[in-house]
Design a binder for this molecule. Structure first.
Ligand code: HEM
Length: 221
């Protein structure tokens, strides 16, 4: 179905919901994700359950915000949820800021010369670059910026968000891969860590975006 027709029929399905209601529902949903992740991590007896679950909630919400575009393109079961894209991104970013505050000792380690001399900055550096990208996206996610920048530039900047998801994938992979490999080699005696679950989730977000890009490219040519 051509985009204008799809957009028109989708908007018809969506009941009039105010911005406040959208934000409120997104926050309730985020609390559900946060509590589920927190108790899952507690059950695994892993260290720092608060920071881990805040970080997981952040990337799940931001990832869902981006995943909605691909899901709505290939299937129609979440068409009416497309209106939550901005709120998922903003609430997810707020959890990201909280995660950075809770990781203050790691943030401080980036200011030490040894971190750079030993070349151990990559896991955190990828997180910092992604945070800057998410911050720019959050700042321009309003009608005023869209008007000032023009639709094409505005959408192009928001698409850089996928690079930030790749950077967070690297952030988690570099921080967690050694433990995930040990868990696998030792026979997977416990349920998978949230680090592994978020890596799989982010891979789905990235793969579906690539498939969407390929499909649009094929249609154009
Ligand atoms: C919005 C940006 C960010 C997101 C979405 C994010 C996301 C994540 C995720 C999903 C994890 C894995 C949690 C788990 O094991 O379940 C993680 C771990 C971690 N991140 Fe980030 N991160 C971000 C930025 C940063 C920054 C800027 C720093 C510090 C400079 C940082 C420091 C850490 C640390 C230290 C861990 C390990 C926590 C632990 O295992 O206790 N993150 N992050």
């Amino acid at each position: 179905m051509p985009y204008p027709k799809w957009h028109h029929s989708t908007i018809k399905k969506i009941k009039a919901i105010t911005e406040k209601q959208l934000l409120f529902r997104t926050i309730i949903f985020s609390l559900f994700v946060f509590v589920s992740s927190y108790f899952y991590i507690l059950n695994l007896s892993a260290r720092n359950p608060l920071n881990k679950s805040v970080a997981d909630t952040s990337i799940i919400l931001i990832g869902l915000s981006m995943l909605l575009t691909s899901l709505c393109y290939f299937w129609n079961f979440v068409d009416t949820k497309i209106i939550y894209r901005k709120h998922l991104g903003l609430v997810g970013f707020a959890y990201g800021i909280f995660h950075i505050i809770l990781s203050y000792s790691s943030v401080l380690s980036l200011l030490k010369p040894e971190t750079w001399q030993k070349g151990i900055y990559w896991p955190l550096f990828t997180g910092v670059i992604a945070t800057i990208i998410f911050m720019i996206m959050a700042l321009i996610s309003n009608q005023y910026s869209a008007r000032m920048l023009g639709g094409i530039v505005w959408r192009a900047i928001l698409r850089v968000g996928y690079i930030a998801v790749v950077l967070i994938w690297l952030h988690v992979f570099l921080l967690k891969s050694a433990r995930i490999i040990t868990w696998y080699i030792e026979g997977m005696k416990t349920p998978p860590s949230t680090g592994l679950i978020t890596l799989i989730f982010m891979s789905i977000v990235i793969i579906l975006r690539i498939l969407l890009w390929v499909s649009l490219h094929q249609k154009k040519s």
